[in-house]
Design a protein around this ligand. Structure first.
Ligand SMILES: *Cc1c(COP(=O)(O)O)cnc(C)c1O
Length: 379
């Protein structure tokens, strides 16, 4: 028995190490480390992959979301609807541009925004919706776009965890006005450092994001807005270009790992396994199960899940909790006035979720060890 990590990036690196060395040396020898033809060609390839006209590379998924909001001129006095069950960056950028995040509860079966609860959260100040395709599972983008259109709202997709996933025939990140991607190493398409991108088919929006990410400048040393400095490095672009050619294969391997888990976990009671929503093709950035518990008193919430996690750790299996506290109850958002119990599905799920080891190179033997350990501690 060996120790099983939540993910192992070194295994993937070995597969592409030679190609990466050549590409990196080319960049180092070229003397062009910022911008240049590699960044441009990666942007074009990535836009084609997602199925949009334009891609604007930037420094991170967080910057991508920030640039998207700024380009749509969302700021003070505006409201943006999103999910409380996501990584903090999603709402952080809403606050960073001066707008107010409005949290709508999730559908616990898919971990994403509950489409039926969005309408009642829309006010005359609402400017946009940010759906998050959490854990690689796409939202119903037909329903989101219909709803947005009927209320005249922008849609910014947070695709950080779902690069390559599809809703129907189309890849996510191509439905909304803007798609925001992260190339953080643990994402489905991850660089060897930070990176991100915005996708859009609207050339005016793309031009605006390009201007904003370059200090609000379209012409050198002429500044028309307060922007930021956010670049996708040439080195990262060269590495991502290589990895992009493998992405579909790696995502298929993740789907296979998910299928194995579904099969192996079926006989185990006391857990809920994640489902792929009909009409979607998930890319399984995470395989997140729920450890169900009947506990309701405040002190025991999450106790069963935490005990399972500890037992797994003892058996050499590392699992993760994404996420332990919903965003509407974060200390920084106290002044938004949310109460405990207000978004019950999100709050409940934070006490139940456990993400099992998931990466394309995970072997069946390792998965069997994970499930064996889980069976053992669930009795
Ligand atoms: C990772 C992530 C981000 C932020 O991406 P960074 O590249 O780390 O800035 C935003 N939203 C979600 C859902 C993420 O998982």
């Amino acid at each position: 028995m060996s120790n099983i990590p939540p993910l192992d990036l070194a295994r993937q690196y070995k597969l592409i190490a030679e190609d990466v060395s050549v590409a990196v040396e080319d960049i180092l020898a070229s003397g062009r480390y910022i911008g240049g033809s590699v960044v441009e060609s990666f942007e074009q390839q990535f836009a084609a992959y997602v199925g949009v006209k334009e891609c604007v590379g930037c420094n991170s998924g967080t910057d991508a979301l920030y640039l998207a909001l700024r380009a749509l001129q969302i700021g003070t006095g505006d409201e943006v609807i999103t999910t409380p069950f996501t990584f903090f960056a999603t709402s952080e950028v809403i606050s960073a541009v001066g707008a107010k995040p409005v949290f709508v509860d999730i559908d616990p079966e898919m971990f994403n925004l509950d489409i039926n609860q969005i309408t009642s959260a829309i006010t005359e100040r609402t400017k946009a919706i940010i759906p998050v395709h959490l854990f690689g599972q796409p939202m119903d983008m037909t329903a989101v776009m219909d709803l947005a259109q009927s209320h005249n709202l922008f849609v910014i997709e947070d695709v950080a965890q779902a690069t390559g996933a599809r809703w129907g025939e189309q890849r996510v990140g191509s439905f909304g006005h803007i798609g925001c991607f992260s190339f953080f190493p643990t994402k489905n398409l991850g660089g060897f450092g930070d990176g991100g991108a915005c996708t859009t088919s609207d050339s005016a929006i793309a031009a605006s994001m390009r201007m904003l990410k370059e200090h609000g400048s379209r012409r050198r040393y002429i500044h028309e807005e307060i922007g930021i400095n956010s670049r996708l490095d040439a080195l990262q672009a060269a590495i991502l270009q290589i990895k992009l050619t493998h992405l579909d294969t790696w995502n298929e391997q993740r789907r296979k790992v998910a299928e194995n888990y579904h099969r192996l976990l079926k006989p185990i009671s006391g857990i809920v396994t994640p489902q792929e929503i009909h009409g979607s093709r998930s890319v399984w950035n995470q395989y997140t199960i729920r450890i169900v518990s009947q506990q309701t008193d405040a002190d025991s919430l999450g106790a069963k899940r935490d005990a399972v996690r500890n037992s797994l750790e003892q058996a050499g299996v590392s699992s993760m909790i994404y996420y332990p506290l919903p965003l509407h109850l974060q200390p920084v958002y106290q002044d938004l006035g949310y109460q405990v119990g207000q978004l019950p599905a999100s709050e409940q799920i934070c006490h139940e979720v456990l993400s099992l080891p998931m990466f394309p190179e995970l072997t069946l033997e390792e998965q069997e060890q994970v499930v064996y350990a889980l069976k053992d501690c669930l009795g």
